[in-house]
Design a binder for this molecule. Structure first.
Ligand SMILES: Cc1ncc(COP(=O)(O)O)c(C=O)c1O
Length: 389
């Protein structure tokens, strides 16, 4: 398979292409879907073969004996991230939005504050609010066009009702890979304010050449307050399998989480487990290496073209395939630049304000698509903002 292959996803019940007209009023026939975070690529053959084997067998009963699945997760985290973890620390949730919601529900009480560093993945705030907790938005600052965290300001913002901090590592949007010193600062902040740390590392495999992701488990002194979240779904483009891992080393936190999952009657979908087991393999690793090389090429092409349009500026991505573009220097209102992207260029994107404080002048573009579409998108944007040339 080549990442250049154009696969028509229209009329396949696919959120990204089949809902863009309804949600963004971008016509399905000529629109380009560059919003929600899934890729327009097939997963590696080893994953497709695992699903095919189930279809060929034909009996789709309950899943049993997940030891190979747990071993595959252990192998992946050890070989790709230098993280050694125990098999019985792993919980499988219905994806990581579900994992986040379960953490909020299990480890905090209604009315408690949950800290997020904004702009950040919008579903965090959604599930915090839906669970009757308060979103405490700690806005990031920018240094040289890259996001940074300002803990002096955040310390002053805390009022003692906060119980949890959700870290997005690598960060979506903005694509920061956090340094060890930054992760240590998050850890120290959590200790100062007695917060549980939920570290969502779903983008940890999609790291551009020259950068290295550090798992939060590598930071000392927070074992008793740390919840890790990982998944195969972003890495291998199998988000429809809705499987994610919540990994907890601390026995007390683990017991609480296990009890909550039991109370809610949660158990995983067998297809998610078959796919994840196949993906976390040497074949899967080779595919991810090729994928990241391709995404890096898309990123360079997209950034060069975007930054050549006066008034537009993309944030340099250390990781993820989600390009965060600032329209502030166009001098246009949010309505106007969004209208130009959606109506003139016919591109469906994520709107900045949904990511919280600091997102107003931004739009997020998903660049995990064949390169021909990146070229098409940048040509459309150059034309839509042509009067600024
Ligand atoms: C940081 C982050 N967490 C979680 C998710 C979604 O996870 P899931 O599909 O497993 O619910 C996304 C999807 O974009 C994400 O960016």
């Amino acid at each position: 398979m080549s990442f250049d292959d154009i696969i028509d996803r229209r009329d396949t019940h696919c959120l990204k292409w089949d809902m863009m007209e309804k949600l963004y009023d971008v016509p399905q026939d000529k629109g380009l879907a560059m919003w929600v975070a899934d890729m327009d690529f097939r997963p590696p053959q080893v994953v497709l073969d695992a699903v095919q084997a189930q279809v060929d067998h034909g009996v789709m009963g309950y899943f049993g004996d997940d030891s190979a699945y747990r071993a595959a997760i252990q192998w992946w985290m050890q070989t790709r991230h230098g993280w050694s973890l125990e098999a019985d620390h792993i919980f499988t949730t219905h994806g990581l939005v579900n994992g986040t919601a379960l953490c909020v529900d299990t480890f905090t009480k209604p009315g408690d504050g949950v800290v997020v560093f904004t702009p950040v993945y919008h579903a965090f705030a959604k599930v915090i609010k839906a669970n009757g907790r308060r979103v405490v938005e700690c806005e990031m600052t920018q240094d040289n066009g890259r996001y940074e965290m300002d803990f002096d300001a955040y310390d002053a913002q805390m009022d003692g009702s906060e119980r949890m901090v959700i870290l997005c590592s690598p960060h979506n949007p903005g694509g920061r890979v956090w340094s060890r010193a930054e992760l240590q600062a998050v850890a120290a902040f959590a200790k100062r304010h007695e917060l549980i740390i939920v570290s969502d590392e779903i983008h940890h495999d999609l790291v551009m050449p020259g950068h290295t992701h550090i798992p939060m488990t590598a930071i000392e002194g927070i074992e008793d307050r740390l919840v890790m979240m990982t998944a195969t779904t972003k890495t291998f483009n199998i988000a429809g399998s809705h499987a994610g891992n919540v990994i907890i080393a601390d026995p007390d936190l683990r017991a609480k989480f296990a009890a909550r999952m039991m109370a809610l009657g949660l158990s995983p979908n067998s297809f998610g487990l078959f796919m994840a087991t196949a993906a976390y393999s040497p074949e899967g690793a080779t595919w991810v290496d090729e994928l990241v090389g391709y995404l890096d090429g898309n990123r360079q092409l997209f950034d060069t073209a975007i930054n050549a349009i006066p008034g537009l500026k993309s944030m340099p991505l250390d990781a993820t395939y989600l390009s965060w573009v600032n329209f502030e220097d166009t001098g246009m209102t949010r309505e106007e630049f969004t209208q130009r992207v959606e109506k003139d260029a016919c591109i469906a994107v994520n709107h900045g304000p949904t990511f919280g404080k600091g997102g107003d002048s931004w739009l997020r573009f998903n660049i995990a698509t064949p390169r021909a579409r990146i070229i098409e998108a940048t040509e459309r944007l150059a034309a839509a903002f042509g009067d600024l040339q």
